[in-house]
Design a protein around this ligand. Structure first.
Ligand code: GLN
Ligand code: ZN
Length: 761
């Protein structure tokens, strides 16, 4: 019985690749140094899988930045602005595409399906001259082979590659990217032939777009592409790999009809209907790579349950045709539990990071073949039982309270325009009120204070004093700038989710549980393992201190339940909405405590609400329903005079605008500055919006300082489609990553622009 891993994290157990990359980019180390770190990481990963007994070990899943960018390099699809003159693509061109350079900006980056991984979006058009310009897939295969490991080279499939790309600048939006298939397939053929010549007997094509809603024309492109590639497949075994959701029936039929494939890889974790699909029909004589070990979380597998799924599958596809696999690449989970020094034994026994998942896959394969490691299986069963019954996981009162929420509406009783009137009486704000999103620049000094406090190097008193000083500075600055609704600047927070996770029960934190977000950037998501509750108030101390320093309204600043959920590793023993409702109740208590403490404006950030949107349209309404409900729960108990703000970090919310309205916040601030037209078009098309709205008037992601005229011009464009009395003026996100030398003049111009327009209205 065989085992397979779809893909593996590249960063290394202690983010070795991150540090090597950043040191190379800073000019502190050479290309050879970087290559050496990368080669060591690759070889240790291959060896680790080999020693664990994995039969189908992936190669070419390593990347210096991103696997889609690697594919762009493979196809020589370098946008002309990088001045590449042909030949094998080197670090210069590669990293310029990824990160930009002194004279040209980077290529765009976007989310890889519903993960927090970002890929570099290919820019294509009818004039792109494709050529085979990166032999990385072959080099990596040969490198592993030289180490004695015969791997399965992994390629981003040609159809998914095109579907994930966008028309280059100047190319019309309606350009059919799939029309480029005939131009890229010859290069894929070359790659396949070279891999074969190098000794590869298996190749894996990742075609994850197959799990999304595709029309029949797009499915036809798969048929054409793989029928065309088939001629190079002789003597090769070809695995087509899908992940992140069920395969729709039509997509399954398309694949099953293709002769060129030897094997199909499906996600049996998220694909809850996949088993049924395969029961219906599975092409005879083909292999099924069954992804039963979750690549998207950090929980130990339920080995007994997986084994019974696998046994059922074996009955359908045949004993020698079933391969045990991961549900997706392990890129989306943490690397290795070995380096976790802070978890206690019990919690650790509930977890499995990538390295442990490799062992699980192999144990399942061995068990299927009749060599069950009884000790391993019973330790797993014991860990699962302890997780199920642990008092650390279960809090009956919380469970009851959350269960009671289902089915009810939790909506503020007064409608939003009447509420805004009540609030205005109290707040007495000018038209076009100005505010910011929450954080102010986080200086090195500030980070040092937090770090030293955490390490108990400075006393609580000293810490409070330092943070209070910082808050006073930020308050004073905002008063000088004459901003209307103030923030405290969030100096006590390192991260908007971690800050709350650390204070809520049911959360734990790893030391090294990093997951690649993009390039060298990694995030360390909190782990939600138990019922969530709030032992005590989390922000009231700082918010009321900040409010005491000014006569202007000071916004209480919270992270919303959906964002906390979407940026954490979430428990898999109850539905996500259940966990979300629990967090919502904890935040509700905080909102009410802030209100009691005299805070009249409270912002509940839902930066990541859209991120949790399921890939398949059929599942989106249900998600939006409980996500929006969770948000409303947090503030359903406040008085009409308390103004609830929310903030969102993306502008492409046109498709979910009705859900956003349904959140029923009093004011929403949203990122907008990079796509004005797109956002405003919703309102131009007649969507009725009665609440306050602050589309960001300048881009905080850039160090550029916008002029007063430019900002005024932006606001004027907004006024053309939005009523004057609902418009707010604010930057498009928090100012945490900016310098004071940028923030001060930018905010000064922002306030001037608002004042200028007030005189004209
Ligand atoms: N209040 C947060 C801040 O300003 C919001 C950050 C975010 O939306 N990502 O930093
Ligand atoms: Zn934001």
């Amino acid at each position: 019985m065989a085992s397979h891993i779809v893909g593996y994290p590249r960063m290394g157990p202690k983010r070795e690749l991150k540090f090597a990359l950043e040191s190379f980019w800073d000019g502190k180390s050479s290309a050879e140094d970087l290559q050496k770190v990368a080669a060591d990481l690759r070889s240790s990963i291959w060896k680790q899988m080999f020693d664990a007994g994995i039969k189908y070990i992936p190669s070419n899943t390593f990347s210096y930045y991103d696997q889609v960018l690697d594919t762009t390099a493979m196809l020589g699809a370098v946008p002309p602005r990088y001045g590449w003159n042909g030949g094998e693509i080197g670090f210069d061109t590669y990293f310029s595409m990824a990160r930009g350079n002194a004279s040209v900006p980077a290529m765009e980056m976007t989310k890889w399906f519903d993960t927090n991984y970002h890929f570099i979006v290919p820019e294509l058009g009818p004039d792109v001259k494709f050529s085979y310009a990166s032999h990385k897939a072959v080099t990596e295969y040969s490198e592993a082979k030289a180490l004695g490991v015969d791997t399965v080279p992994v390629l981003v499939g040609p159809v998914s590659y095109l579907l994930l790309s966008k028309p280059a600048k100047g190319v019309h939006k309606t350009f059919s990217l799939l029309s480029l298939l005939p131009k890229i397939l010859p290069i894929y053929k070359e790659v396949v032939s070279e891999l074969k010549a190098a000794g590869a007997s298996w190749i894996q094509f990742d075609e994850p777009t197959l799990v999304t809603d595709l029309d029949s024309q797009t499915l036809q492109a798969f048929t054409e592409a793989y029928a065309e590639l088939e001629s190079t497949f002789s003597g090769l075994n070809v695995l087509v790999e899908t992940y992140f959701a069920d395969l729709p029936v039509e997509a399954f039929k398309t694949l099953a009809a293709l002769k060129g494939f030897t094997a199909y890889g499906f996600d049996f974790v998220r694909g809850s209907k996949t088993l049924e699909l395969i029961k219906g029909e599975f092409p005879t004589g083909k292999y099924l790579f069954a992804g039963v070990v979750d690549g998207r979380n950090i929980w130990a597998n339920d080995l007994a349950a997986s084994l019974s799924t696998l046994q059922a599958l074996e009955g359908i596809v045949g004993k020698d045709k079933l391969v045990v696999s991961t549900s997706s690449s392990l890129l989306h989970t943490a690397v290795d539990l070995v380096n976790e020094t802070k978890f206690d034994k019990e919690i650790k026994s509930w977890l499995a990071f990538a390295a442990q998942k490799v062992v699980e896959v192999n144990a399942l394969a061995k068990a299927l073949a009749g060599h069950k490691d009884e000790a391993f299986f019973s330790a797993n069963a014991a860990a699962l039982a302890s997780r199920k019954s642990s008092p650390r996981v279960n809090n009956e009162a919380v469970q009851k309270a959350a269960a009671a929420l289902k089915g009810s509406d939790h909506r503020r009783t007064t409608d939003v325009s009447a509420r805004l009137d009540c609030q205005q009486k109290k707040l007495n704000l000018p038209i076009l009120p100005t505010t910011t999103i929450g954080s102010f620049p986080q200086t090195i000094e500030l980070r040092r204070v937090r770090r030293e406090y955490k390490a108990k190097k400075i006393s609580e008193d000293d810490y409070v004093k330092a943070i209070k000083e910082e808050i006073s500075k930020v308050v004073k600055l905002q008063e000088e700038l004459d901003i209307d609704v103030l923030v405290h600047g969030e100096p006590e927070r390192n991260d908007m989710v971690e800050y709350f996770g650390e204070q809520l029960s049911g959360f734990t934190f790893s030391v090294n549980g990093w997951v690649q977000s993009y390039g060298s950037r990694c995030v360390k998501p909190p782990i939600i393992y138990g019922d969530v509750s709030r032992p005590k108030a989390m922000t009231v101390f700082w918010s009321s201190m900040a409010q005491s320093l000014t006569g202007r309204p000071m916004k209480g600043m919270l992270t919303g339940p959906v964002t906390i959920l979407n940026w954490s590793f979430v428990r898999n023993d109850q539905p996500r909405f259940e966990t979300c409702y629990q967090i919502a109740l904890a935040i509700k208590d905080e909102v009410e405590d802030l209100e009691k403490a005299g805070i009249t404006v409270i912002q509940i950030d839902e930066a990541a609400l859209r991120e949790g949107l399921p890939l398949r349209k059929s599942e989106q309404a249900f998600y939006l329903d409980w996500a929006v409900h969770s948000f409303r729960i947090t503030n359903s108990g406040v008085q009409d005079t308390t103004q609830i703000h929310t903030h969102m970090c993306y502008s492409n919310f046109n498709d979910i605008i009705h859900s956003i309205i349904d959140m029923d916040a009093d004011v929403i601030t949203i990122e907008n500055s990079r796509s004005d037209e797109k956002l405003l078009s919703v309102f131009r098309e007649g969507v009725k919006y009665g609440a306050g709205i602050g589309p960001g008037v300048y881009d905080i992601h850039s160090p550029r300082i916008p002029s007063t005229e430019e900002i005024a011009d932006r606001i004027n464009k907004m006024l053309a489609v939005l009523e004057t009395k609902i418009l707010w003026v604010n930057p498009d996100c928090g100012l945490k990553t900016r310098k004071y030398t940028e923030v001060k003049p930018a905010l000064k111009n922002m306030v001037s622009a608002a004042k200028l327009l007030r005189t004209q209205l």
